[in-house]
Write a protein that binds this ligand. Structure first.
Ligand SMILES: [Zn+2]
Length: 336
C-alpha cells in the first residue's frame, strides 16, 4: 500500500476521528492466517498489518517487517514507533510496553477482559494505558496509509477481547480453525524464519503443548465470538479456505461491508501477492508474486500414529464440534 501522508503529524488522541474497521484473525497458529492477512491486504483501502501484538517485542528483537526492513526502519512502523518511543525508538520504553502487555493482556486475561463492555473505563491504569496505545497504533496506521480496514492476524483472544473495547474502532473477527493434527505436524517441522539478520529455526514444537495451545486458543475465540455482534464474526475452516479461497475472501469482504473494485485472484486458487508491512507472522509473508493456495495434507503421512491419537483424544469434543472426523483416511479428508 502506498503511503498517503508520510510527513503527517500523528497524535495519540484520535477518539473523535472517523471509525476505523479492524479485522482481527482468531485461532491457533498454522491456520493460514498469514496468507489470508496478505490476500486481504491486496484490496484497495485494506492494510495487512500481520501480528500487531508483537510490534514492540519485534523492535527489541531487531526483527524484520514484511517489507524486509528492520521494524524500526520500516516506512510504516518506524514513524509509528517513534511517535511513542521518541526519535531514537527508545528500547527501554518499548520494554515497558511489553511488560504492560504481559501483565494485562495475556491469554489467561481473556475472560476478565470479556467481562468489560465497550465504553467502560478501563482499570488498572496500566491496562488503560496499553489500550490507549493500541488504539493509537491502529489509528496511526490508518492516518499514514489511508487504510479504512486494518487486518491484524495476532490470533490471541486476549488482544481480540481488548480490541472490542477500543473507542472509534469497528471490530470484526474471523476465527480460523484447522484440524489440530495438521497443526501439530506443521509445528513439529522445523523451518528457517528469515526475519532476523541471521535466520533462526522455528518449529520443533512438542505436539502435546501445541495441542493444548490449540484447545485454549479455540476456546478463547469461541468465547469472544459469543460476546460480539453476530454479523461481525465468522468461522472459517482452513480446509474450506484452501479448497475455495476466492469464495472465503468474498464472504469476508461482504461481512466487512466492503465492495472491492479489483481482485488479487488470478484464478480460483491463485493470488497475486505484493509486499506487505507485516509486523510478524509465518515466513510466507515474505513471498510475493503469483501464489497458489492448496490444502497441505502432508500431516496425513507425516504425523506418527502415536501423536495422531494423542492429539485426537486431547481435542475430541472440539474436533467433532468443528466437523472433523477422529479417524483419518489416506487423503485425510474424512470430514463432512
Ligand atoms: Zn515495512
Amino acid at each position: 500500500m502506498t503511503l498517503v501522508a508520510p510527513s503527517r503529524q500523528i497524535t495519540p488522541d484520535h477518539r473523535e476521528a472517523s471509525r476505523l474497521k479492524v479485522l482481527y484473525l482468531l485461532g491457533s497458529s498454522r491456520t493460514g492466517s498469514t496468507v489470508l492477512d496478505n490476500i486481504l491486504g491486496e484490496f484497495d483501502g485494506f492494510f495487512s498489518a500481520g501480528e500487531v501484538r508483537f510490534l514492540w517485542r519485534r523492535l527489541l528483537e531487531e526483527r524484520r517487517c514484511g517489507c524486509g526492513q528492520p521494524i524500526g526502519d520500516c516506512e510504516v512502523w518506524g514513524p509509528i514507533l517513534r511517535m511513542f518511543l521518541g526519535s531514537s525508538c527508545d528500547h527501554v520504553e518499548a520494554g515497558r510496553i511489553v511488560e504492560l502487555q504481559r501483565k494485562h493482556v495475556r491469554t489467561h486475561h481473556t475472560l476478565r477482559l470479556l467481562r468489560r463492555k465497550p465504553g467502560d473505563s478501563l482499570s488498572p491504569p496500566g491496562l488503560a494505558h496499553y489500550a490507549e496505545l493500541t488504539a493509537a497504533v491502529y489509528r496511526g496506521v490508518a492516518d499514514l496509509t489511508g487504510a479504512r480496514v486494518i487486518i491484524d492476524s495476532s490470533k490471541r483472544p486476549s488482544d481480540g477481547a481488548l480490541l472490542r473495547l477500543l473507542p472509534g474502532i469497528e471490530t470484526y473477527f474471523v476465527h480460523l480453525v484447522r484440524d489440530p493434527r495438521a497443526v501439530a505436524y506443521s509445528r513439529q517441522r522445523k523451518k528457517l524464519n528469515p526475519d532476523r539478520e541471521i535466520p533462526a529455526t522455528m518449529g520443533g514444537k512438542n505436539p502435546v503443548l501445541c495441542t493444548f495451545q490449540w484447545v485454549v486458543g479455540n476456546m478463547g475465540a469461541n468465547a469472544l465470538r459469543r460476546m460480539h455482534r453476530n454479523d461481525r464474526t465468522m468461522v472459517i475452516r482452513y480446509e474450506d479456505f484452501t479448497r475455495n479461497p476466492r469464495s472465503s475472501v468474498e464472504k469476508i469482504t461482504e461481512m466487512l461491508g466492503e465492495r472491492p473494485q479489483s481482485t488479487p485472484f488470478l484464478d480460483d486458487h491463485t493470488v497475486q501477492l505484493g509486499v506487505h508491512h507485516t509486523v510478524s507472522g509465518n515466513p510466507i509473508r515474505f513471498d510475493t508474486g503469483p501464489t497458489e493456495l492448496r490444502e497441505d495434507t502432508r500431516w496425513v503421512e507425516g504425523l506418527s500414529a502415536r501423536d495422531r491419537w494423542t492429539v485426537t483424544l486431547m481435542t475430541l469434543p472440539q474436533l467433532l464440534h468443528y466437523r472433523y472426523s477422529p479417524r483419518v483416511n489416506a487423503t485425510g479428508s474424512q470430514r463432512n
